[in-house]
Design a protein around this ligand. Structure first.
Ligand code: DC
Length: 222
């Protein structure tokens, strides 16, 4: 079993960018679990599944589906869906379908398997609580609602997505509400996770805080 650095937090707290860079600096693999939920949701939508579709139908549609990462890209079966999963609609449905036990069960083992032979930085909503409760290091990244909406807005703009600040704020609020209030694996801070409020911190400051807490500086950890 490799070392796991588990990072949770709400949308737009900067988890992905931070986790990716921490992984690069430490020579760890990066596990973006949101991408797995987004790819599963994309597939479910393409197969006409809806919020209220019965578990049996969702389970049948997911049966045999393979979602994995290759060279930093996300593949749904053999299709590169790296771009397709980044729309606001894909984010919305990822949040909707991720509340379903059948979807979470489908993705659980592939997430845990990543750590069997690799040191990883895993980010998502339940890394510190459910998927890797015994992680080597745990962090909870947070930021104000406005700060997170602004980050989301800028990210989407950069990708050429037409979105207003109000829409970004609504999206962040809706998703947080759903991700935190669901019955299974809700977003919550684990008691043993270090809390970092990133609202007024630059990227390097957040990274340095994490590296300091890990105690490994910028050197790769064996
Ligand atoms: O981090 P993200 O925006 O790419 O995640 C998309 C959605 O997937 C998010 O709204 C909730 C869900 N998700 C989850 O339930 N558990 C995870 N570990 C990661 C994401």
């Amino acid at each position: 079993m490799g070392k796991v650095i588990a990072i949770d937090g709400p949308s737009g707290a900067g988890k992905s960018t931070v986790s990716k860079l921490i992984a690069e600096r430490l020579g760890f693999e990066f596990l973006d679990t949101g991408a797995l939920y987004r790819a599963a949701a994309l597939h479910l939508r393409r197969m006409n599944m809806l919020d209220e579709s019965p578990d049996a139908d969702i389970s049948r549609v997911l049966d045999g589906v393979v979602i994995n990462f290759k060279n930093g890209k996300v593949f749904l079966n053999d299709e590169d869906v790296s771009e397709a999963i980044r729309t606001t609609e894909a984010g919305h449905y990822a949040s909707v379908f991720s509340a379903r036990k059948v979807v979470r069960d489908f993705l659980l083992h592939s997430q845990q398997d990543m750590a069997i032979n690799n040191n990883i930085v895993a980010e998502g909503r339940d890394m510190t609580t459910v998927v890797f409760p015994n992680a080597w290091k745990k962090f909870f990244l947070d930021a104000s609602e406005e700060g997170r909406a602004k980050r989301r807005y800028l990210q989407l703009k950069e990708k050429g997505v037409n979105v207003t600040m109000e829409e970004a704020l609504r999206d962040v609020r809706e998703r947080d509400e759903r991700d935190s209030s669901r019955d299974i694996a809700p977003l919550r801070r684990a008691d043993d996770a270090s809390y970092i409020d990133t609202t007024h911190l630059g990227l390097e400051e957040v990274i340095n805080k994490i590296l300091e807490a890990i105690g490994g500086g910028c050197q790769p950890i064996a």
